[in-house]
Design a protein. Structure first.
Lengths: 135, 84
């Protein structure tokens, strides 16, 4: 068999990939992608968590070096992002566990739990940071 | 041909070679779910404990970690976190 002509190659239908102009962004797909991105970000962020613990173990001088970065604006932004990613992944993880148990597959329920997860993650993050700054 | 092979999409060669699933999928799946369930309380505890800490104070953080219950919970949190 000879290879197909360039014209025939062009006319073939494309399998639509999830990212691109083929699908309209929806809450369900976006939350799914964000869940995975948060998972990856949390893995990277856990290295910083280890840095914190090593700094404590190494003594007050190395802790000063850590605290300088933690108190800086980028340190605060990273911690805010990490805490939200952690709490979002937690809330959406519970949603995933419900799906694993066979609950919540109908479209209205999937959307409702999606909104609940977004709201709960924001509320929990706000509560944690409120606690951090009030106390 | 047995009735078994008539009802399957696997080719006889594949059956003879014994290829198929890696047979580790269920274990991986369960390990992820079990660690997820364990992480729910551990993560909430960690986030809200650290939020109440004066995180920039070495003395306060050190004192917090010296409590045996905190140390045990933190070790559990980290172990399950990295496993998950």
């Amino acid at each position: 068999m000879s290879s197909p002509a360039p014209q025939a190659r062009r006319d073939r239908p494309l399998s639509p990939f999830m990212i691109g102009p083929y699908y309209k962004p929806q809450l369900t797909s976006m939350l799914s992608i964000v869940h995975r991105i948060c998972g990856v970000a949390l893995s990277v962020g856990s290295v910083l968590l280890v840095w914190w613990l090593v700094a404590i173990a190494a003594g007050p001088w190395s802790y000063v070096a850590f605290a300088e970065h933690a108190a800086a604006w980028y340190g605060q932004v990273l911690m805010l992002g990490w805490s939200w990613a952690l709490l979002y992944h937690l809330c959406n993880g519970i949603r995933h566990l419900c799906w694993d148990l066979g609950w919540g597959y109908s479209i209205p329920v999937v959307y409702r739990t999606g909104y609940v997860v977004v709201a709960a993650s924001l509320l929990l993050t706000g509560a944690a940071w409120g606690l951090a700054y009030v106390l | 041909m047995s009735s078994d092979s008539a009802n399957t999409l696997r080719s006889p060669l594949k059956r003879a070679r014994g290829s198929g699933s890696a047979k580790e999928g269920v274990n991986t799946f369960l390990a992820e779910r079990v660690s997820a369930v364990a992480l729910v309380p551990l993560t909430l505890w960690f986030v809200f404990s650290v939020a109440r800490l004066p995180i920039l104070s070495y003395g306060a953080v050190r004192q917090w970690l010296q409590s045996p219950s905190v140390a045990v919970a933190l070790v559990l949190f980290l172990a399950v976190l990295f496993y998950h």
